[in-house]
Design a protein around this ligand. Structure first.
Ligand code: 2U9
Length: 344
């Protein structure tokens, strides 16, 4: 019986040695150590042995089973390791290969123009102020010298949320709020870029939501000539050093006097062309000296303090600068339009 066990052991160890995959090892395990395997058969026949032989054969059978079990475990772990090594070899990364190109985006043309304008005013000592798009009637109208019955309110037909709360129609409430925070002490020198809303039918030149950049300077001895100097610097930096500016009288409820600023046409230099509608001049923005009522409502002594303010539409500036013919291009997210503003 011991010879039979010895032969089984050698046979099993040889097969384990020669096995080339995990499935073959599993089959060997079942066929040698399983319930119907030859070792179990030998153990079952031990009843026929003499009492002296029985423990000797039993111990040897256990030894054979342990030898086969450990040979199987060793071979299994060798094969598993080989599989891992094969996988590592196949999946190794060549770090010297060139990477896939990353698609680069670009700033939205409006964002680019707003940032350019912000940078210009930052170099002139202005800071950027922001405020809520959902405003109270007080900051949007009343504090800007537009009382409830004022006819100029009609020009800013609005989206009201309640009787007293609306989507702001201009960024002027940011200036009114900033002035209040100064508690009657200057200087105030800010620009306020942001979204504004007006009830309007959208077409090539109108949008119910658009952007504004307004500016405000309040201090002692601020004059119209200061306004003119700041606007001229802005016009030249934005549209070319050769630009001339002109101020025409206008009306805004929050400024007195009020003006519109034109620049000499950057296309024809003033001779007259389709861009300047053959006038030689292009209207860029509105401005004026802050109305004393507005200063007083925000807590400034209008005998001691004066100020100037201006407002412009970045869409209009971008349309002029890049020859864009329809304001809706800014808001419809057409990549064919947006990709044209990639910087080289
Ligand atoms: C305060 C005092 C005065 C802001 C000003 C304009 C002139 C102006 C419009 C032009 C076209 C805006 O984009 S647009 O619709 N704005 O012409 N805005 S003065 O004056 C202020 C603002 C706040 C406290």
């Amino acid at each position: 019986m011991q010879d039979r066990l010895q032969a089984l052991k050698e046979e099993a160890l040889l097969k384990i040695e020669q096995a080339s995959d995990l499935k073959a090892l599993q089959d060997i395990k079942v066929s040698y150590l399983g319930k119907k395997g030859p070792i179990t058969e030998v153990l079952k026949g031990m009843g026929k042995l003499s009492p002296e032989e029985r423990p000797v054969v039993g111990a040897y059978a256990n030894e054979v089973r342990d030898a086969i079990t450990s040979a199987l475990e060793l071979k299994i772990s060798e094969l598993e390791q080989a599989v891992i090594e094969e996988k590592l070899k196949k999946e190794s990364i060549d770090v010297t290969l060139p990477g896939r190109p990353v698609r680069k985006g670009n700033a939205h043309p409006l964002t680019a123009v707003i940032e350019e304008i912000e940078d210009l005013f930052l170099t002139m000592g202005f800071t950027v102020a922001e405020g809520p798009e959902v405003e109270t009637d007080y900051y949007n109208f009343e504090a800007l010298n537009l009382p409830k019955d004022h006819p100029a309110r009609d020009m800013q037909d609005s989206f009201f949320i309640t009787e007293d709360i609306l989507l702001r129609t201009q960024t002027s409430p940011v200036q009114a709020r900033t002035m209040e925070k100064h508690h009657g002490r200057g200087p105030v020198k800010i620009i306020s870029p942001g979204k504004v809303y007006r009830r309007d039918d959208d077409d090539a030149t109108h949008s119910h939501q658009f952007m504004q950049i307004e500016g405000l300077v309040v201090d002692e001895n601020v004059r119209l000539s200061d306004l003119k100097g700041v606007l001229e610097t802005f016009a030249k930096k934005m549209f070319g050093e050769e630009r001339k500016i002109r101020l025409r009288p206008s009306f805004f409820p929050f400024t007195e006097p009020s003006v519109e600023m034109d620049i000499s046409c950057f296309k024809c230099g003033g001779k007259g062309c389709s861009i300047c509608k053959h006038t030689g001049w292009i209207e860029i923005l509105g401005a004026g000296m802050v109305h004393p009522n507005v200063l007083e409502m925000a807590g400034f002594d209008s005998k001691k303090y004066t100020g100037f303010a201006f407002g412009m539409g970045p869409e209009r500036i971008a349309m002029l600068k890049y020859g864009i013919d329809d304001i809706r291009h800014f808001y419809t997210n057409d990549l064919r339009f947006l990709k044209q503003f990639k910087k080289a």
